[in-house]
Design a protein around this ligand. Structure first.
Ligand code: C2E
Ligand code: CA
Ligand code: CA
Ligand code: CA
Length: 277
């Protein structure tokens, strides 16, 4: 696609496709976005299935792009990872989530905040001291933070991941395996990772109503997790029927559009105050 005033794009080689070109534009804008305060965290609640109360929130990053509007992380996280911006972005997310957890606590709202970690962040030398500093700076109980790493990431570079997870555990923060069921992690490895939570991937939740297989898988995951002393969250819960099946299967926490879409911190605070009563 040609652009008017194309001089800014003159350095592109002709063989570059639109996808790459778009990525390069995004990475250029993303470098500025961090300084310009265009990133924001939205929060989606996790609900205790038995009691219907909020147990925590997941922080999900958003980018208010000056021209393109609100961009989803599915678009720009891969760009950040590819162009070496993910640690700067991830560090901002950690700092901002801690600041918000502190602000909520001042408003009388003590909730656990889940933060997504990319594989590059796990390899970042100063990840753990940074988290520790953010916790101290905002006077937060480390147990209020839970870090979500996807199952596929957890399976990469297993020795390095084990070491980092051990260090995370030693400062008192919790670990969750995201998108669980899509990878092939072994039970012994999960045990060694010292995770406290498994998050069942949305794809299984979507299939629950119509697929006996999906149901059997969720049932097995819950039993397995409980046998290992872990809690289970189901994400992507959209229907009451899915909620009912998951509750019957003793899934501990539920997250999805059925309860709420990700929302700004301010709206989240009001929402939590209302459901808590
Ligand atoms: P994820 O961690 O698996 O997050 C769940 C995604 O599902 C979120 O998309 C959430 O908005 C969406 N979702 C929640 N409930 C429902 C539902 O009922 N139905 C459907 N169809 N979707 C639902 P989102 O916010 O666009 O984030 C996409 C991915 O971007 C995340 O997947 C995560 O991998 C990544 N991400 C988001 N924030 C961060 C971040 O701060 N750091 C890093 N490294 N990755 C992030
Ligand atoms: Ca997640
Ligand atoms: Ca997930
Ligand atoms: Ca995912």
């Amino acid at each position: 696609a040609k652009r008017s005033g194309g001089s800014a794009y003159a350095f592109f080689e002709p063989h570059m496709n639109a996808g790459v070109r778009e990525q390069i534009e995004l990475q250029r804008d993303l470098r500025l976005a961090l300084d310009r305060g265009e990133l924001a965290l939205h929060y989606q609640p996790k609900i205790n299935s038995a009691r219907g109360v909020i147990t925590g929130v997941e922080a999900l990053v958003r980018w208010q792009h000056p021209v393109r509007g609100m961009l989803s992380p599915g678009l720009f996280i891969p760009v950040a990872e590819r162009f070496g911006l993910i640690n700067a972005l991830g560090n901002w997310v950690i700092e901002e989530a801690c600041r918000q957890a502190h602000a909520w606590r001042d408003q009388g709202l003590q909730i656990r905040v889940a933060i997504n970690l990319s594989v590059h962040q796990l390899r970042q030398e100063d990840l753990v001291p940074r988290i520790q500093r953010a916790l101290q700076q905002h006077a937060l109980d480390p147990a209020l933070l839970i870090f979500e790493i996807t199952e596929s990431v957890a399976m990469e570079d297993t020795e390095g991941t084990l070491q980092t997870c051990e260090r995370l555990g030693s400062i008192g923060v919790k670990l969750s395996i995201d998108d669980f069921g899509t990878g092939y992690s072994s039970l012994s490895y999960l045990r060694r990772l010292q995770v406290s939570q498994l998050k069942i991937d949305q794809s299984f939740v979507q299939d629950l109503e119509h697929s006996a297989d999906a149901r059997a898988i969720v049932e097995a995951v819950v039993q397995l997790a409980h046998a290992l002393g872990l809690s289970v969250v189901a994400e992507g819960v959209e229907t009451a029927a899915q909620r009912d099946v998951l509750t019957a299967l003793h899934c501990d926490e539920l997250q999805g559009y059925l309860y709420a879409r990700p929302m700004t911190a301010m709206v989240m605070g009001d929402w939590a105050a209302n459901i808590g009563r």
